[in-house]
Design a protein around this ligand. Structure first.
Ligand code: ADP
Ligand code: MG
Length: 626
């Protein structure tokens, strides 16, 4: 083929124009793109060679070589991968091949400034070389073709490109960038190495550069004809699980997380299907100091085909799993994918769903393990990360059922580690609901008067004391078909747990007590929505409850502390007609004081604050001296 000049496809011209005229701030990415192409070319050859080993010729070791020539002002990137035939060079380097580029084109609006930003968001692949070069020459020979069938492609990145046949004994491709004036900073071994280290360290193929030596006589650096790898080629996640020791997994975790401790658990999988990716995810042993911060980005690094794309890609993990560290390496995403694009990508959605399931599976593995040490690990995990996992109950409806099984609580039965499953297994015969109480602290929860009847009957009650609990409960109504029932809400209905005699007794007490009740209602009408006799108390004279659907006193207090206004709804006062203090009401000369004291004490007992503490003191004293 004689030298011919061909015109770029119209869309390519637009891209080239943008690349050369609205340079973006991140020039150095050209090297990432070209090294990535070289690495892809080696992957392709390796793959084709599986069926056609002859393609490897006498060069089975694949590598990428990066060199520069300060005098000629060139940078070359050479690979011994699949190479390009003449037709391929014309098609692949002259028309739009990348889906990302296509999206980029459709997002163009003609507004220069905006377009310049867009280039940064979408991958422009090969053409990004024109950011720093005013001419690019590609010389290549496709694997399997004779040396005479080589091709030289060359362009100044404007309207057209030239192609001609050359003889090239070496298989693969050499891309030569002729740097623009002013881009000399890239003619520096140290600079190039650091860019490769930043973006391409985990490419599993060796990236080689020539060693340099100080020549005292000429008083300058001279390159030696000795090539050495500049990347670690440590893409651990691309290796087979069987070839990786636990120590290696731990070492890698420490590297990426800057944690000094070994991780609690990890999961490593290659996922194939609609979306193809590899995940290596870790759960740390200890919570970071800023775990509570929901704005903190996640700890998962995104790679595309082993090329580093970004740190902390929060779109890859739900917010409630923000403590997970690791790597996700996608085979489908465009190389220059932006955070904005990540949020919308369907591939990313599939990755997030898949990774979420894996993390939950890893946690279930610990939680349900027969092994004592593994189970202890879950307890440790829960202590540090439980609060965050609870956010998931409200946020991730698709996985709610699994998350709920991972929850652990304190209860009247045990101070920690109680799961819903444990609870249900211990439910009394005839018990239909899962009972719980929310409070500011474990101590306050434990001494809640509302628990008395449950204690007496040996019914377990979950004690919820995390701030997030109330919120979580607004998204969770039942477990395993059993409704979750606050013991501080509504009138207590123990249903089948109460025998007939008890029910009858309660009704009789209520009737006999009616006149006192009416007086109480009248006296406390500004403080209590209702006053009624209850069977939920054993030792205490009174307690406050809220009606089903009203906000609990605990939640109202949390909101107030957070500076938010809580809707004002009065609580209901429930009194224990069997209590000596309540019995004294009827004949007391200080009925009003006693009624208000009952109310105030009920409020104090549930951790509330008195509006008028001095009035309370005055009333108590009046009774003490009476
Ligand atoms: P992408 O890598 O996403 O396909 P690029 O713009 O980076 O897009 O590259 C365009 C095409 O050029 C590649 O798909 C490939 O066919 C070809 N190409 C680029 N560099 C090389 C190379 N070093 N060896 C072989 N083919 C290459
Ligand atoms: Mg590319």
């Amino acid at each position: 083929m004689d030298k011919q000049t061909l015109s770029f496809q119209a869309e390519v011209k637009q891209i080239l124009h943008l690349v050369t005229h609205s340079l973006y701030s991140n020039k150095e990415i050209f090297l990432r793109e070209l090294v990535s192409n070289a690495s892809d070319a080696c992957d392709k050859l390796r793959f084709e060679a599986l069926n056609h080993p002859a393609l490897l010729e006498d060069q089975p070791n694949l590598d990428v070589r990066v060199a520069f020539d300060a005098e000629a002002k060139t940078i070359t990137i050479t690979d011994n991968g699949i190479g390009l035939s003449q037709e391929e060079a014309i098609a692949n380097l002259g028309t739009i091949a990348k889906s990302g580029t296509r999206e980029f084109m459709s997002a163009l609006e003609g507004d220069q400034k905006k377009d310049a930003q867009l280039i940064g968001q979408f991958g422009v692949g090969f053409y990004s070389g024109f950011i720093v070069a005013d001419r690019i020459t590609v010389e290549s020979r496709r694997a399997g073709l004779p040396p005479e069938d080589g091709v030289r492609w060359s362009s100044q990145g404007s309207g057209d490109f030239e192609v001609e046949t050359i003889t090239r004994p070496a298989r693969g491709t050499t891309v030569t960038l002729h740097l623009r004036d002013g881009e000399e900073e890239f003619l520096n071994g140290w600079k190039l190495k650091s860019i490769i280290g930043k973006y391409s360290d985990h490419i599993s193929l060796p990236i080689l550069m020539q060693k340099e030596e100080w020549d005292a006589e000429a008083s300058k650096q001279v390159t030696k004809d000795e090539w050495a790898p500049v990347n670690k080629a440590a893409a651990l996640w691309t290796r087979s699980k069987n070839d990786i020791t636990p120590e290696q997994y731990t070492e890698f975790y420490k590297q990426i997380s800057y944690d000094t401790e070994a991780p609690l658990a990890y999961t490593h999988n290659r996922v194939e299907g609609r979306s193809e990716y590899t995940q290596l995810l870790y759960v740390p042993a200890k919570a970071p100091f800023d775990l509570w911060n929901r704005d903190k980005r996640g700890g998962v690094k995104l790679y595309v085909k082993r090329v580093f794309i970004m740190d902390d890609a929060e779109a890859l993990m739900p917010v409630y799993l923000r403590f997970v560290k690791g790597v996700i390496d996608s085979a489908d995403l465009p190389l220059n994918v932006s955070r904005e694009l990540l949020q919308e990508s369907r591939d990313v959605k599939a990755i997030r769903e898949g990774s979420t399931k894996r993390v939950l599976g890893m946690l279930e593995g610990l939680a349900d393990s027969e092994d004592v040490a593994e189970k202890a690990k879950y307890a440790a995990f829960w202590k540090d990360f439980g609060v965050v996992l609870k956010e998931g109950v409200g946020e991730d409806h698709a996985n709610q059922e699994r998350l709920v099984k991972l929850l652990r609580f304190a209860s009247t039965h045990a101070d920690e580690g109680v799961s819903f499953t444990d609870y249900v297994a211990r439910m009394k015969e005839g018990q239909e609901a899962v009972y719980y109480i929310t409070a500011d602290s474990l101590a306050a929860a434990k001494s809640s008067p509302q628990l008395e009847i449950f204690r007496k009957k040996g019914i377990e009650v979950l004690l919820l004391t995390d701030r997030v609990d109330e919120w979580m409960l607004s998204h969770l109504y039942e477990f395993d078909g059993k409704p979750l029932q606050s013991v501080a809400k509504g009138s207590v209905d123990l249903g089948k747990l109460q025998d007939e005699a008890e029910k009858k007794q309660a009704e009789e007490a209520a009737t006999a007590f009616k006149p006192v009740l009416d007086r109480l209602k009248e006296t406390l009408k500004d403080r209590a929505k209702d006053v009624r006799v209850t069977t939920r108390l054993v030792d205490s004279p009174a307690c406050l409850v809220v009606e089903e659907g009203d906000m609990s006193g605990h939640l109202a207090r949390l909101l107030k502390q957070a500076g938010q206004s809580a809707p004002k709804s009065l609580p209901t006062l429930e009194v224990n007609a069997e209590h000596a203090l309540v019995k004294r009401l009827d004949s007391s000369a200080h009925f009003d004081d006693l009624a208000n004291i009952l109310f105030d004490q009920a409020l104090l007992a549930e951790g509330g604050q008195l509006d008028d503490p001095a009035a309370y003191v005055r009333r108590v004293n009046a009774l003490l001296v009476a």
